[in-house]
Design a protein around this ligand. Structure first.
Ligand SMILES: Nc1ncnc2c1ncn2[C@@H]1O[C@H](COP(=O)(O)OP(=O)(O)OP(=O)(O)O)[C@@H](O)[C@H]1O
Ligand SMILES: [Mg+2]
Length: 404
C-alpha cells in the first residue's frame, strides 16, 4: 500500500510527523499521542502496551508498524491456560523420536558392552546434548523474535487473557531481551524487536509489566478522526452521510450497550449502507442494518428504540419504546469529550461493557499482593507463579542443567 521505502538507517522515523505520515500512507490514521508513542518506541527501544476497548486499532497498529518499517510481524496470541512452551519454544518430540529410530543401531553399539543397566543409562545420558540441541528446538514466537536474523515486530496480542505465569515470563523477556534454555544456553536478541502488547482490560496487568512499557490507553477516536478513517477506507458512502453516520455511532456508544460499536463496525456499517445505495440516513434504514454494528439482542432493542431520538432529538417516540433500563435519555443532552465517547460504567443488569465486569470479578481485593499493583514501589515482577507452571528457566543467571 505504502510507496515509502523501508528504512535503511537505525531509526525508521526522523520525527513524530514522519511517523504519522508513514502510518497514514499505510492506511492507519494516528492521533498525536499515538504517533508520539510509536516514534518514542523506535527511539527508546521500549515495548508499547496498548489498552482499550475492542476494535479501536490495537492489533492493526502492530501490523501497520511492521508494514511501514519493512519488518516481519510475529504474533503471539494469548489465551487463558496458555502454556509457556507455546510462547517460547518446544522440543520437537517427533523429530527426536525419528532420529532415535534411525540411529537405533548406532545407539545399540554405544551400550552393547555396558556391564549393567546403570552404566548403559550413563552412556545414553552423555548423548543428551545431541538430542537437546538447536536442531531439535521448535521456536515459538518469543524465541523466534529474539533469534531472528532480521529485526522484527513482535505483537503480543490480548496479554490480559494470559495467566500471570506467562506474564512473568514476558517480564523477563521484555527487560533482558534474552531467553535461557536450560539445555542449550542463553539466547540473546540479535536485533531488538519492536514489541507491541495489547490488552482488552479483562483484568488489570501488573505494575511491573506496565512499567517496562510505553503505556497508552486507546479510546474511541474523535468524530473528526473517525470520519478520516472512514474516508481512508473508501467505503463508497457519500461524505455527508459518512459524517452523519459517525455521529450516530458516537451516540450509540453513549447507550451503555453490552458491546459498544467500534471503529471496525462503523466501517462495516458505512460499507453496508453504500452497498444498499442508501441516500438518506433515516431510522428505518438504520434499524434494518443495526445488526452490523450491534451484536447482542438486548443491545439491538435498546439501540433501535434510541435511533429516532438520536436522529432527531425532538422526535415523538411511542411510550413502549421507552424504559429499556438505561439511566439517561435516548441520545440527546449528553456530551462527547473530544477523543472519548466512552460509555459510562454499566448498571448491574447491563452486562459487560468492554470486559469491565469480568475484570471486576477477577480482580477481587487481596488476589495479588500490594506490590502487584505498584502500591509499594512494585519492584520486580509478579512474585507468584502458580504451581505446575513456570517450569522452565528463562532469564540469565538462573540455574541451568548444563552450563555452556
Ligand atoms: N487508526 C485507524 N486507522 C485506520 N483503520 C483503523 C484504525 N483503528 C482501527 N481501524 C480499523 O479497525 C479495524 C479493527 O482494528 P483492530 O483489529 O486493530 O482492533 P483491536 O483494538 O485490536 O480490537 P480487538 O480488541 O477486538 O482485537 C482495523 O482492521 C482497521 O480497519
Ligand atoms: Mg486486536
Amino acid at each position: 500500500m505504502t510507496e515509502t521505502p523501508a528504512p535503511t538507517g537505525a531509526f525508521p522515523f526522523a520525527d513524530v510527523d514522519e511517523a504519522r505520515t508513514r502510518f497514514a500512507d499505510a492506511g492507519y490514521l494516528t492521533d498525536d499521542r499515538l504517533a508520539t508513542t510509536v516514534y518514542l518506541q523506535s527511539r527508546l527501544d521500549k515495548p508499547v502496551l496498548l489498552e482499550g476497548p475492542a476494535g479501536v486499532g490495537k492489533t492493526q497498529l502492530a501490523a501497520s508498524l511492521a508494514e511501514v518499517t519493512g519488518r516481519r510481524l510475529l504474533r503471539l496470541q494469548c489465551y487463558e491456560g496458555q502454556d509457556e512452551s507455546k510462547a517460547l519454544y518446544e522440543w520437537d518430540y517427533g523429530k527426536q523420536l525419528l532420529y532415535t529410530q534411525i540411529l537405533r543401531e548406532k545407539i545399540g553399539q554405544l551400550i552393547e558392552d555396558a556391564p549393567d543397566l546403570h552404566e548403559a543409562v550413563e552412556r545414553i545420558a552423555k548423548q543428551d546434548s545431541v538430542f537437546f540441541s538447536d536442531r531439535f528446538l521448535a521456536p515459538r514466537p518469543l524465541l523466534e523474535a529474539i533469534s531472528s536474523d532480521e529485526p522484527v515486530v513482535l505483537l503480543i496480542d490480548e496479554v490480559d487473557r494470559a495467566d500471570e505465569a506467562l506474564e512473568a515470563v514476558l517480564l523477563e523477556l521484555l527487560s533482558e531481551f534474552q531467553i535461557s534454555i536450560p539445555e542449550v544456553g542463553t539466547v540473546v536478541a540479535r536485533h531488538l524487536p519492536y514489541v507491541v502488547l495489547t490488552s482488552n482490560n479483562t483484568r488489570d496487568l501488573s505494575a511491573a509489566l506496565k512499567r517496562r512499557c510505553l503505556h497508552l490507553f486507546l479510546e474511541y477516536p474523535s468524530a473528526e478522526r473517525e470520519l478520516e478513517i472512514l474516508r481512508s477506507k473508501d467505503t463508497g458512502l457519500p461524505d455527508a452521510l459518512a459524517a452523519r453516520l459517525v455521529e450516530v455511532v458516537r451516540d450509540l456508544r453513549e447507550l451503555e450497550l453490552r458491546k459498544a460499536p467500534s471503529i471496525s463496525e462503523t466501517i462495516d456499517w458505512a460499507r453496508t449502507l453504500a452497498v444498499l445505495g442508501v441516500k438518506e440516513l433515516n431510522a428505518e434504514v438504520l434499524s434494518a442494518t443495526l445488526n452490523v454494528v450491534v451484536k447482542y439482542e438486548r443491545d439491538l432493542t435498546k439501540a433501535a428504540a434510541a435511533l429516532p431520538r438520536i436522529l432527531d432529538p425532538n422526535a415523538e417516540v411511542p411510550d413502549h419504546l421507552h424504559g429499556h433500563g438505561h439511566g439517561h435519555g435516548h441520545g440527546h443532552g449528553h456530551t462527547h469529550s473530544a477523543e472519548s465517547g466512552r460509555p459510562s460504567a454499566p448498571s448491574s443488569d447491563d452486562g459487560d461493557v468492554d470486559g469491565r465486569e469480568v475484570r471486576r470479578n477477577k480482580d477481587e481485593p487481596g488476589r495479588h499482593d500490594k506490590a502487584y499493583y505498584g502500591k509499594e514501589g512494585g519492584s520486580g515482577g509478579p512474585k507468584r507463579v502458580p504451581s505446575g507452571q513456570g517450569k522452565k528457566s528463562f532469564a540469565a543467571g538462573r540455574a541451568r542443567k548444563r552450563p555452556v
